[in-house]
Design a protein around this ligand. Structure first.
Ligand SMILES: *Cc1c(COP(=O)(O)O)cnc(C)c1O
Length: 387
């Protein structure tokens, strides 16, 4: 059987795959089983931050592979400790809990908010407020957090204690707080799966202020927006707020599974011995790779990410079949006149791999995508978006 047949027969049918098998790659270029080259504008959904088989990341991973691949969390290991220190130093957060995915990072965030509120305000203060059209993961609890009904159907009952409010409507949140005891608020500064929709800065500042006034744990889901993606280390930094909790995953590991929940001053001591755990969390290989990623997300790289954003916006402005561009940095949504799926299929034909998010074409290229490669991809996307 061919790889496609094996996969179709034996892998659960949860993913509608494109008819492309990727066998290798380097940087922002990948190759299929026939040797055809593609420009990778999705980077594994914002995971391979410095591209495929990035030398520095690969070296860090290989070095750690030759030392120790895993120990339980009963022992200290260097990569985990160094990564936590680097994350805290760059954000002002105080503690980090490591897991293996975005959903798990959010599970940790939710547990932190619940325990903080239970101890401070009583066991009946447990509601976590998230936004309509949000996405926070696929576990039953993070599905409950996800404010899109179509993910919920057929998986009831979900974890109770979640409420959804509309983004941009601060009064709705304030009204909810009058009838419901709120432990925490969890937002994506740019809704990713929801269609690459940045939240209004005044709204984000308003939510942050409201949380601080009412001792509600303010949490941002930076699973997709984090780790340099938006032109700041974390997207909340574009908004001038200081959240209590930051959850992240995807791009932090550069390609290996890693999630992190960063806890700020207010909640740094909430989790104690036995309150949370993960067998693989803080895995030395994943963390060694992540150190090589986070170390390189400096002001030069971030300025470059912003410059590339400006280039894409300018290149697409007014082009035939392009109705608008949203997002920040290298997290970009493109509203096309043609259905996004059709544009994607045409792009694959012409050697460019893009993503969709709701009705948009979504781009999450490697942060270090070379300018000429980016320009070539954008030309092809423009061509494919024409009527
Ligand atoms: C992808 C994503 C998640 C889920 O991450 P997994 O690693 O798939 O569990 C959660 N929140 C946001 C904003 C995401 O984009």
């Amino acid at each position: 059987m061919s790889i496609k047949e094996l996969d179709n027969n034996y892998v659960a049918n949860t993913y509608k795959r494109f008819q492309v098998e990727i066998v290798s790659g380097k940087g922002s270029l990948v190759y299929d089983e026939t040797g055809k080259e593609y420009i990778d504008m999705g980077s594994g959904i914002g995971v391979t931050s410095f591209g495929i088989c990035d030398d520095e990341w690969k070296q860090a991973v290989i070095e750690q592979l030759g030392k120790v691949q895993h120990m339980s969390n009963l022992y200290y290991t260097q990569p985990c400790a160094e990564l936590a220190a680097m994350l805290c130093e760059k954000t002002g957060m105080k503690k980090v809990f490591f897991s293996n995915s975005g959903a798990e990072a959010n599970e940790c965030a939710i547990k932190v908010a619940r325990k903080y509120a239970a101890e401070k305000k009583g066991a009946d203060c447990y509601t976590i407020v998230t936004l309509v059209n949000s996405f926070h993961g696929r576990t039953l609890t993070t599905l409950a957090a996800t404010g899109q009904d179509h993910y919920h159907e057929l998986f009831q009952p979900l974890t109770p204690g979640f409420a959804h409010v509309n983004a941009g409507d601060l009064e709705e949140l304030k009204a909810l707080a009058k009838t419901t005891k709120i432990a925490g608020v969890l937002i994506e500064c740019i809704q990713g799966e929801g269609g690459v929709i940045p939240l209004d800065p005044e709204y984000v500042k308003g939510v942050d202020a409201f949380c601080k006034e009412n001792d509600i744990v303010m949490m941002v889901d930076e699973v997709q927006t984090g780790n340099g993606r938006t032109g700041e280390l974390y997207a909340y930094m574009n908004y001038g707020i200081q959240p209590d909790v930051v959850s992240t995953a995807k791009g932090i590991g550069g390609g290996l599974p890693l999630g992190a929940c960063l806890m700020g001053e207010k909640v740094q001591s909430v989790l104690g011995y036995g309150d949370h755990g993960s067998t693989f969390g803080g895995n030395p290989i994943a963390c060694a790779g992540a150190c090589s990623i986070i170390r390189r997300i400096n002001s030069d790289l971030l300025a470059d990410v912003k410059a590339k954003h400006d280039y894409v916006v300018k290149a697409l402005d007014g082009a035939e079949g392009i109705e608008g561009v949203t997002g920040m940095g290298l997290m970009i949504g493109i509203k096309t006149t043609k259905p996004a799926g059709e544009v994607l299929a045409a792009c694959i034909e012409k050697g460019v791999l893009c993503l969709t998010a709701k009705d948009k074409v979504r781009l999450l290229p490697a942060l270090n995508i070379p300018m000429d490669v980016l320009a070539k991809a954008i030309d092809i996307i423009k061509e494919c978006a024409k009527a």
